[in-house]
Ligand binder design. Structure first.
Ligand SMILES: *Cc1c(COP(=O)(O)O)cnc(C)c1O
Length: 370
């Protein structure tokens, strides 16, 4: 049997190499390679325009803006969050010396369930950290209403939500702050990278200090900062990729349409349709396999695809709450997280990126449709 090429769950959007070389030449000529250089400034400005946000601060990855947001808002005690995410969400809480408290998710969005937040609030609670999972917007109005009632901060992990809008407005403007990841696996990437979206110039200044050791001038340190700056090379790469991201999202949309058409009548396989009023980014295409109805379990299907070199991913399995640093917490009990526990056992994210061909999609779908 001839070996076919593997189809991976994602594939990085890469800028044109010649164009990138031209920008590298400029960096080499200027000898200014990091510390808020000209490409860094340009990328912050272009991203503000593209994302429709007032202020953005670039970071070296998508985890450090989470850490820095909690630090900047002086979050202490307990932080309510979702177990159904990439593990960095919870780690950022732990690295701030705070205790994560897990709340179950809603099946309709895979985001935190607002109905269950209030019961998890204690006198120690200071913040909520929800995730726009798969780029599907959380119920932001209800989350904000709860936060206002109990005087809590809200930090959105919006790592999946690049460019996502509700009624023409960016989801990134909700909460006290929102974070982005520009990791190679994301819709928009700078190889590694990330950002923090804030509402005002004063906060942006503070964040810029914090990501540069807390330096507010040559000799003045105003806070316990860290080093999480983005360099010029990745900022230049990011500027080029920004020119192609719309086209990449369009291609992803076409892939989603193809998957939905083919899977619509497959018993035991559930997937998401677009939400009304939402501009999606098609960052992931999760399917949820009901073993009884489909006739194969999620893992049966996952390994069947893998055998044929179709490398879906079980995002998010296992739940963060089951990992060793967190599994002993009362809120980590499976009985507290019934929906997340079930969904984690049903999910496979199918290959989703701008480079998938009709041939690839047929190869994938032929194995799933039954
Ligand atoms: C990718 C991701 C992160 C971390 O981003 P990095 O850039 O890899 O550090 C955080 N949260 C979520 C939900 C993610 O998917």
């Amino acid at each position: 049997m001839s070996k076919t090429e593997a189809i991976t769950v994602t594939s990085p959007l890469l800028p044109d190499l010649d164009e990138f070389n031209d920008l590298l030449k400029k960096i080499w000529d200027s000898k200014w390679v990091t510390n808020n250089g000209s490409f860094h400034k340009q990328l912050e400005q272009k991203l503000c325009e593209y994302l429709k946000v007032p202020f953005i601060s670039l970071f070296t990855n998508g985890t450090l803006p989470l850490l820095t947001a909690l630090q900047a808002l002086r979050i202490t005690g307990e932080v309510i969050t979702t177990p159904y995410s990439f593990v960095a969400t919870t780690h950022s809480i732990w690295w701030n010396g705070c205790k994560p408290v897990f709340v179950d998710i809603e099946e309709s969005t895979c985001g935190i369930n607002p109905d269950k937040i209030e019961a998890a609030i204690t006198p120690h609670t200071t913040a909520i950290m929800p995730v726009h999972c798969y780029g599907k917007p959380c119920d932001m109005e209800r989350i904000q209403a709860i936060a206002d009632k109990y005087n809590l901060k809200v930090i959105y992990d919006a790592a999946h939500a690049f460019g996502v809008e509700v009624d023409g407005k960016s989801v990134l403007n909700h909460g006290d702050m929102a974070t982005l990841s520009f990791h190679a696996t994301k819709v928009y990437n700078t190889l590694e990278g990330g950002a923090l979206v804030v509402h005002d110039a004063e906060t942006k200044k503070r964040i810029d200090y914090l990501k540069n050791f807390g330096f507010a001038g040559e000799t003045e340190v105003v806070g316990p900062g860290i080093n999480s700056k983005m360099d010029e090379v990745r900022a230049a790469y990011g500027l080029l990729n920004l020119k192609h991201v719309d086209e990449a999202i369009k291609k992803r949309h076409q892939v989603a349409i193809r998957y939905r058409e083919a899977l619509r009548d497959v018993k035991g396989v559930r997937f998401f349709d677009d939400m009304p009023g939402v501009k999606h980014n098609y960052s992931y295409f999760p399917i949820f396999v009901n073993a009884d109805e489909y006739g194969l379990s999620r893992d049966d299907l996952y390994f069947k695809l893998k055998e044929q070199d179709i490398l879906g991913r079980r995002y998010f399995y296992p739940l963060i709450s089951t990992f060793s640093p967190y599994k002993g917490f009362p809120s980590s009990a499976a009985e507290n997280l019934p929906v997340a526990t079930r969904i984690a056992n049903e999910v496979i994210c199918l290959p989703m990126h701008h480079g998938l061909s009709e041939e690839d999609l047929s190869r994938i779908l032929d194995l799933i449709v039954r």
